[in-house]
Write a protein that binds this ligand. Structure first.
Ligand SMILES: NC(=O)c1ccc[n+]([C@@H]2O[C@H](COP(=O)([O-])OP(=O)(O)OC[C@H]3O[C@@H](n4cnc5c(N)ncnc54)[C@H](O)[C@@H]3O)[C@@H](O)[C@H]2O)c1
Length: 380
């Protein structure tokens, strides 16, 4: 599974470190939901290239960049050099030939023989295209103001002529944009998204399901995160925070069937907390005979490993989807791994329910698994 990364930041770097340590036998499959339950092995994932726009990273070796996020000793089997990506030119009067920029990216995809792509760039604000004609028009007219980096990366992957998969771990609506999903189908691309569900939001979703099943009436929900990594720092910009708020808030009405006054946001940046964010949650509800209960949950959660573990599954599921020729977006996968599961208008469901749906899609039964493995061995 030859994989490329957009955005060699905290999550990507922890993903690189974790995979390397698994291959060396130093750690187990903790934090990887499907661990060894898939026919494809974690050890067969290879990250072969990455793109970034931070001048202090571009042109540097992976091992050098990773030092910022991991202070243990680590030798990478593939110590690639970070390549220059596509920057955000919106509002900058830049004259960029978009097709040429696509071509440059594709040259690297071909050189490294990549077929799976993981988007982990900084949270951005972007308007969905909705209609594929609009997207094609923007590219043709070199309308750099209309297209965000994440949208551009997806377009480049779709244009790359071979079956591929794009895993969108950030809030930009791609799997929720009908234009992108149509493009994915037309170009034999698998598209997972949007926004990895790794932190407090999946827990809130499961708690809401628990209360719904017991017919307890929820009165208010409050959930916030404060963290000290650059992801939280970037969210101090109001537009970027808004992008996250949209993906986090959609769970309430989807799961409960009614809306409730709620405050669900990443709220702040506090540098000393580092990657281990502080999460706090308060849910108040009415129970039998009008009893008023409250839940208060506090946690410290390592942010980047939580998402990196999910990506280990997503890369393997992407390969499976390509092999099954299931192009476009795949709801049973998105429903478990994403905060805002595509396609557009698909509902968020509790993760306990989504996990069953996911397993049905994967169809992991011991007998089936043996057959799949035997077939693979035969093919090789
Ligand atoms: N648990 C989590 O940490 C979590 C959960 C859900 C979603 N996410 C999303 O994952 C993304 C990455 O999170 P992170 O903690 O690694 O952030 P980070 O700030 O450590 O890394 C982001 C990287 O993207 C790079 N970048 C910015 N614009 C780019 C562009 N146009 N092209 C290529 N690279 C670009 C930055 O230079 C940086 O290296 C964020 O968008 C975040 O919202 C993270």
């Amino acid at each position: 599974m030859r994989t490329a990364i957009f955005g060699q930041g905290y999550v990507a770097s922890i993903l690189n470190v974790g995979l390397e340590r698994i291959k060396k036998g130093e750690i187990g499959y903790e934090g990887i939901p499907l661990g060894d339950a898939l026919p494809l092995k974690v050890e067969d994932i290879e990250i072969v290239t990455a793109f970034d726009v931070d001048e202090t990273k571009v042109g540097k070796r992976l091992s050098k960049v990773v030092k910022r996020y991991w202070d243990g000793n680590i030798n990478f089997e593939r110590d690639y050099i970070i390549k220059e990506g596509y920057r955000d030119y919106r509002g900058q009067d830049a004259e960029i030939d978009l097709e040429e920029a696509v071509g440059k990216l594709i040259d690297e995809y071909e050189k490294k023989d990549v077929d799976i792509f993981v988007n982990l760039i900084t949270t951005e604000h972007a308007e969905p295209f909705m209609d594929i004609k609009e997207l094609k028009k923007a590219i043709k007219k070199n309308d750099v103001d209309r297209i965000s980096p994440a949208q551009f990366y997806f377009y480049s992957v779709a244009t790359y002529e071979r079956p591929t998969a794009f895993i969108n771990c950030i809030p930009t609506q791609l799997a929720n944009d009908p234009a992108m999903v149509q493009l994915a189908k037309e170009t034999k691309t698998v598209l997972f998204g949007d926004d990895g569900a790794s932190g407090a939001t999946p827990l809130t979703a499961d708690l809401l399901e628990h209360l719904r099943e017991r017919r307890r009436r929820i009165n208010s929900i409050c959930q916030f995160n404060i963290g000290g990594n650059t992801d939280f720092l970037s969210l101090t910009e109001p537009e970027r925070n808004l992008a996250k708020e949209v993906t986090k808030s959609s769970i309430v009405e989807d799961i409960l069937g009614y809306d409730v006054p709620h405050y669900i946001k990443p709220t702040g940046y506090l540098e000393p907390l580092g990657d281990k964010k502080f999460v706090s949650m308060h849910i108040s509800y009415t129970s039998f005979n009008g009893a008023e209960d409250e839940w208060i949950i506090n946690a410290r959660i390592n942010d980047s490993p939580a998402l990196a573990g999910l990506i280990v599954d997503l890369i393997r599921l992407a390969r499976m989807a390509i092999d099954r020729e299931e192009y476009g977006t795949i709801y049973p996968v998105n429903a478990f791994y994403m905060k805002m599961p595509g396609p557009k208008d698909a509902k968020s469901v509790a993760k306990v329910k989504a996990f069953e749906m996911l397993n049905r899609w994967v169809n992991v039964t011991p007998e089936k698994e043996e057959v799949v493995i035997a077939e693979r061995v035969e093919q090789n």
